[in-house]
Design a protein around this ligand. Structure first.
Ligand SMILES: [Zn+2]
Ligand SMILES: [Zn+2]
Length: 279
């Protein structure tokens, strides 16, 4: 896996490749706008171009944008859904302008309307967004969830339902968060292969376009989305060796989203290297 991390954009988008390199990361993920606000100031075309050029120069082509946490494409309320949809399309356009191939987003929550209903509204949003951004190279990449609250997308069956209901498969993908997967009840700490085989059967392994590499603060299957630094949570050393040796994930970028962010990534990398994992 190509190791990356979620980076802050405090130095501007064009500094991201260099900042990743300084931290010892090969790729990166970032927010293209404040993730806790609906409105964003339009992207500056010059700034976007500077990012595209910097990424190209650094030879990075698997970077990702993480969409706003406010989006709920599964919302049963039309007004909330529409607001989410518009912000989602804006995120796709920003990713395109920045030259970023992956837009990773949390699928959404049913808010009492039932999982099936939310899954339908999510695929509807994805189909419409693909239609509204024809010619875009951005892949709408659904992140699996820990199943907290009424969030959907915690089971492979949910992800499979989304994949089935979206027409243009070349515009979609999935991001597997290791902490979420474990919290959702897949014991990847003991059997990563079983999870991947089920994913392979029901969705397709080539649909995994990114991994979020996080340890889990809490024990198995609690539906608690609390990341921990690598080696400091519930995952064994064997788990890390297995995931880096896993051929089915060898071409996938793995973004760290551990609690201390950039301050903590050097520790995560030292831990991985202590297991003789080549990064
Ligand atoms: Zn994640
Ligand atoms: Zn998380």
């Amino acid at each position: 896996m190509n190791i990356g991390g979620h980076l802050s954009t405090k130095d501007g988008f064009s500094k991201l490749p260099e900042n990743a390199h300084t931290l010892g990361l090969r790729t990166y993920q970032f927010f293209s706008k404040n993730q806790m606000q609906w409105k964003a100031r339009p992207l500056d075309a010059g700034e976007a171009q500077a990012h595209r050029e910097a990424a190209k120069k650094a030879g990075i082509s698997d970077e990702a944008i993480h969409a706003s946490y406010l989006l709920n494409l599964g919302s049963p309320e039309d007004a909330k859904w529409k607001m989410s949809y518009e912000a989602f399309v804006d995120e796709i356009r920003r990713a395109d302008l920045l030259g970023v191939p992956l837009l990773i987003f949390h699928p959404g929550a049913h808010m009492g309307s039932g999982e099936e209903n939310a899954l339908k509204r999510i695929s509807k949003a994805m189909n419409s967004a693909i239609e509204d951004t024809q010619g875009s190279k951005v892949r709408l990449t659904v992140e699996n969830t820990a199943g907290q609250g009424s969030m959907v997308g915690y089971s492979i069956d949910h992800l499979s339902a989304i994949a089935r209901n979206v027409d243009q498969k070349e515009r979609i993908g999935f991001c597997i968060d290791t902490c979420h997967t474990y919290q959702a009840g897949y014991d990847i700490n003991n059997d990563l292969g079983a999870f991947l085989s089920e994913f392979e059967d029901k969705v397709g392994i080539e649909m995994i376009k990114a991994v979020h590499l996080n340890d889990s603060k809490y024990e198995f299957n609690k539906h608690l989305d609390r990341h921990e630094n690598l080696g400091k949570g519930k995952f064994s050393k064997e788990f890390y060796k297995n995931i880096f040796e896993e051929k089915r994930l060898s071409k996938v970028p793995a973004f760290l989203e551990t609690p201390e962010g950039e301050e903590g990534y050097p520790k995560d990398l030292i831990f991985l290297r202590s297991l003789r994992i080549e990064l």
